[in-house]
Design a protein. Structure first.
Length: 381
């Protein structure tokens, strides 16, 4: 019996080079290595050039088709979007024996949809966050909001399975398009490694870790306000346009801040275990990978009281921040207790680890993904 062959199409304009620069390359491939061990075959269609061949050389178990090794990339995004309409035909001519099409994220989903029409193969579209709801929260232009709305609607309609990573996104889409039209939506949460826990005494006593892009969504200035009276130092993993503003605000509030830029995921996982607290004051999130990874490393999460975080953090495994609240003396007291009381830290830390092992283990996601793949391919035969 031949191996099930899955064509994995990247998010529009993403490549192995993109994954390398963001430090997520090793993590992103890990799930698919596990699936290969279970008897599946993958070909990645990327928006990279010939350099993607060089990057994947160390992982010969994967095949790659970099689009810009076949066609010339334009300097203009609109031109590349227009060219992408022809990508399904390049895929069809260059890849044989496709059993299933898997697309990553919403952007570029039209490529997978057209390929489905050409090949008559099932389409599995995976989203880590909902682009339309993010566009509303970010107050993007009306044109972009309308574009994401109709692209979401089209993608749900065309997909055989459309996966979201949180109950919040699931409910949002059901309310938006009604239950009758969203029967193909499933929840597949992000996964984390099960890690060796570091002891309380081997973790920083006066440093707090934040991970995320340096953008408005992450709400760093509120985090700095919270830390200013606690005499704590702040370490930030991430890059983005607000770096100078955050640096200046920290100097004004007399908070020592270290910018660690982007780290390879294997290095980031080691870093989490050096901290007692993981802090996030985001205005909105998907199923936050950095939060889940921090909890799997035994960090106690102190995060904003938003719907997606409610699915992960509760009073038993962390602290929730009311962003609208001005008086935060109770929050400060609880942070100081967790930082200084080993037994209290251990209680929260153990509960954090149990939460992610129960809901976000790699083993469970592999099982669910295999069930999804087999169901779609068998239903198509």
């Amino acid at each position: 019996m031949s191996l099930m062959h899955i064509v994995y199409i990247f998010t529009f304009d993403y490549s192995f080079q993109t994954w390398k620069k963001s430090g997520t390359y090793t993590r992103e491939l890990f799930l698919y290595k596990k699936l290969i061990e279970k008897g599946y075959k993958f070909t990645f269609v990327t928006y990279g050039d010939k350099s993607d061949f060089e990057i994947i050389e160390k992982n010969p178990e994967f095949n790659v088709l970099p689009i810009y090794s076949l066609i010339k990339k334009s300097k203009f995004k609109f031109v590349n979007i227009f060219k992408s309409l022809f990508i399904p035909f390049f895929i069809y001519r260059n890849i044989d024996n496709i059993d299933l099409i898997k697309h990553n994220q919403l952007m570029g989903s039209w490529v997978a949809i057209v390929l489905k029409l050409i090949t008559n193969k099932p389409l599995y579209l995976r989203t880590g966050y909902d682009m339309y709801s993010f566009a509303l929260k970010e107050q993007k232009t009306k044109i972009k909001q309308i574009f994401y709305y109709f692209l979401t609607k089209l993608s749900i309609y065309a997909s055989d399975t459309y996966s979201v990573s949180s109950k919040t996104d699931f409910n949002f889409l059901q309310n938006l398009f009604n239950k009758k039209n969203t029967k193909n939506i499933v929840i597949r949460r992000n996964w984390v490694h099960e890690l060796q826990k570091t002891s309380f005494t081997d973790r920083h006593t006066n440093r707090v870790l934040m991970v995320g892009r340096l953008v408005d969504q992450k709400n760093y200035f509120v985090a700095i306000d919270i830390l200013k009276d606690l005499n704590l130092k702040l370490d930030i993993v991430g890059s983005g346009p607000l770096k100078k503003e955050i640096q200046y605000y920290c100097s004004q509030k007399k908070i020592e801040v270290s910018f660690l830029d982007n780290l390879e995921n294997t290095d980031l996982i080691k870093l989490y275990s050096k901290y007692r607290l993981y802090l996030s004051t985001s205005l909105y999130e998907g199923n936050s990978k950095s939060l889940l990874e921090a909890m799997s490393a035994g960090c106690v999460p102190v995060v904003s009281k938003i719907s997606n975080n409610f699915e992960i953090v509760n009073k038993e495994n962390g602290l929730l921040i009311d962003l609208e609240e001005q008086e935060r003396s109770d929050l400060y007291k609880n942070i100081e207790k967790i930082l200084n009381d080993q037994s209290l830290f251990e209680k929260y830390s153990e509960n954090s680890i149990k939460t992610v092992i129960r809901n976000n283990s790699l083993k469970r996601l592999v099982e669910l993904t295999i069930e999804d793949f087999n169901y779609l391919v068998n239903a198509n035969n």
